[in-house]
Design a protein around this ligand. Structure first.
Ligand code: FA5
Length: 341
């Protein structure tokens, strides 16, 4: 049968031509010629229809065998040509004597480093870390801190409201309530670090998103002198000896008495500049003795227990330490600034 002989010949010829190919650019041409829709195998198989009824199945089966043999051979040859070419290209391109490309790893943000610094200093003084949520109830952020609804003191904290009862915490103080309720009736010595939010004008000293570190100590016979001693020791460890610290009377609804703590301005050395509003001082913390109402709301009887609390910023003291003029650099994501720390 002539058709069968032709099929055998085509297979031999195709395999030989495949072996003779030199590079991958020639592969599609071979494929079109032998296995393409208008290729030689298809043309031969079309002729099968003209054969007699006995010859047709034989020729059809043989046609399929040839097709499979050519396709398999093509696949194998293609793989080997491509692998050879890849190897050759690697030999050319890789110069193993070149020095390696240096990795550029990131590093901790200045705020994160400052926070860790605070944690270390307070840990040495025996303070544990208590984490409280950034999304708070109005009750914890204000009411239980002795700031009832419609109290004018609420104006001290410009607030981002989530809804009528939920806020983005304006300070870390609501953590005091959570901590007291959890630790009651044991004594407490914790710091509460975290992010706070205020709906206020952004200026060189004020961001609407910033970190605070709250401190809280509750026990028997805790006094104002304990608070002042703690803050002094902190300031010495943080800023070194010889820096000046100033404590002045203030008002917070959740402490009585209340104070504010200032450090001398590192930028102008106390002469007065834009950052310290020409006072020579930068406020770093609010503090005081925990108000009896707040102790009671936390579950502690104010007749038996007393405590101190303080809340300080993280960015403003870091500005002091590094002579940074504008708080907006912290979260402006300018690498020229961030890489300096
Ligand atoms: C408070 O937030 C009180 N909860 C602090 C406190 C805690 C008092 C416990 C008494 C007892 P004040 O609003 O002053 O206080 O903020 C405390 C510190 O947070 C400031 O000294 C300042 O360092 C920082 N801070 C406040 N607002 C901003 C702001 N917009 N941007 C950057 N830092 C800020």
């Amino acid at each position: 049968m002539q058709n069968l002989e032709e099929l055998d010949a085509l297979q031999q010829e195709g395999l030989k031509a495949l072996e003779a190919l030199n590079n991958s650019a020639e592969l599609p041409h071979w494929y079109r010629e032998y296995l393409g829709r208008k290729g030689r195998l298809t043309t031969l198989l079309r002729g099968v229809g003209n054969l007699s009824a006995e010859e047709r199945p034989l020729a059809g089966r043989r046609g399929n065998e040839v097709k499979k043999a050519l396709e398999d051979a093509f696949q194998t040859r293609q793989d080997s040509i491509l692998a050879g070419e890849l190897e050759a290209s690697l030999d050319e391109a890789v110069d193993i004597t070149l020095p390696g490309r240096p990795l550029t790893p990131g590093h901790l943000h200045l705020s994160t480093r400052s926070m860790r610094n605070y944690r270390e200093i307070f840990a040495e003084m025996g303070f544990q870390v208590y984490e409280a949520p950034e999304v708070e109830t109005d009750e914890n952020n204000f009411t239980l801190l002795n700031i009832p609804p419609y109290h004018p003191a609420r104006d001290m904290w410009d607030t981002f409201w989530v809804n009528d009862e939920v806020v983005l915490r304006t300070h870390t103080s609501p953590g005091q309530i959570r901590c007291m309720r959890q630790y009651h009736p044991d004594p407490i010595r914790v710091i509460l670090p975290g992010k706070c939010y205020r709906f206020e004008q952004i200026t060189p000293r004020s961001e609407h998103q910033f970190y605070q570190i709250e401190g809280l100590a509750v026990g028997h016979n805790i006094r104002m002198t304990d608070l002042i001693g703690t803050l002094r020791q902190f300031a010495e460890k943080m800023y070194g000896e010889g820096r000046r610290m100033r404590i002045r009377g203030s008002y917070f609804p959740f402490t009585e008495p209340s104070v504010e703590v200032d450090m001398d301005c590192i930028l102008c050395k106390g002469q007065g500049c834009r950052v310290c509003k020409h006072t020579g001082w930068l406020e770093i913390a609010g503090a005081g003795m925990v108000h009896p109402v707040v102790l009671k709301n936390g579950g502690y009887d104010p007749a038996e227990w007393s405590g101190f609390a303080f809340g300080m910023g993280v960015e403003r003291p870091a500005m002091l330490q590094h002579g940074i003029e504008d708080i907006r650099y912290f979260y402006g994501n300018d690498l020229r600034f961030l890489r300096q720390f």
